[in-house]
Design a protein around this ligand. Structure first.
Ligand code: PGA
Length: 260
């Protein structure tokens, strides 16, 4: 795992975007795994800027989103469909039929979840998966005690996630309690992972995910099992990392490291 600590949110977002750009440049038909939440917004803004100003081309890209609230239709302002459209898809040239987001309104969740897994496989798997982290240590909606080999399925949100996400809804009671989410196993199958985190509210989750034991209590810790995971955090989110000096040292030494 590589841990990159940047001074602020903008720098964190630019470095994360640069990794996505490298994947697309190497493979114009790349399959991107997308995340919602406040944290990846800067990363999406940077990708949109690169599309508008530097012709970054998404015309052959395919995307899969991590999760969606159960019960929210695609036009609901708090649905992840709506979020992705507003913040990213409407600003870039990804063909609509290449965009995949779990359905929050399907009539058959088990069948849909299985179809979603098959569709990821049919598209050749995810080349790079963008991840945020919940203050309870979740990735996607894989709440504490989720199986580390779980696949796409329905989950009940934790109280902490409902509290955290209540800020987007008029009242706490309006936050859906169920979600459809890629599993930890689905996420670990991606060829590359980028996890972004910002602010002091994420410091404990980041330290437990990066430096704690691998545990289903912090599902983000499962990325320690992945062979190509990059964690990009700002100073505040890095506050509880005990090996910070080493991560900075590695990053500074990287340009001169031998390549083969
Ligand atoms: P946030 O959500 O980026 O809005 O903090 C992250 C997450 O819950 O995965």
């Amino acid at each position: 795992m590589e841990v990159i600590i940047q001074q602020d949110y903008d720098q964190m977002s630019k470095i994360a975007a640069q990794i996505v750009v490298e994947v697309i440049n190497a493979k114009p038909t790349a399959v991107l795994g997308m995340a919602t939440g406040s944290t990846p917004l800067g990363l999406y803004q940077e990708l949109v800027r690169l599309h508008k100003e530097e012709q970054l081309d998404f015309s052959r890209v395919t995307t899969f989103n991590l999760d969606e609230y159960v019960g929210l239709g695609v036009n609901h302002p708090q649905s992840y469909h709506y979020f992705m459209h507003e913040h990213f898809f409407k600003h870039v040239n990804i063909p609509p039929h290449n965009i995949n987001i779990p359905s929050g309104t399907t009539s058959n969740y088990p069948a849909f979840c299985q179809w979603y897994e098959e569709r990821i496989a049919d598209c050749g798997g995810i080349d790079v998966q963008i991840l945020g982290i919940g203050s309870d240590g979740h990735i996607a909606f894989n709440e504490p005690t989720s199986s580390l080999s779980s696949r796409t399925r329905l989950k009940t949100l934790s109280k902490q996630t409902i509290d955290d996400n209540a800020r987007f809804f008029e009242q706490r009671e309006s936050v859906p309690i169920y979600a459809i989410t890629m599993g930890v196993g689905t996420i670990l199958d991606a060829r590359k992972l980028i996890l972004v985190a910002s602010g002091k509210a994420k410091a404990e989750a980041i330290s437990r995910a990066v430096e704690g034991p691998v545990t289903s209590m912090i599902t983000a810790s499962a990325i320690q099992m992945h062979r190509d995971a990059t964690v990009i955090v700002d100073d505040e989110a890095a506050a509880d990392l005990t090996m910070r000096d080493y991560y900075d040292f590695i990053y500074a030494a990287k340009p001169a490291a031998p390549r083969f």
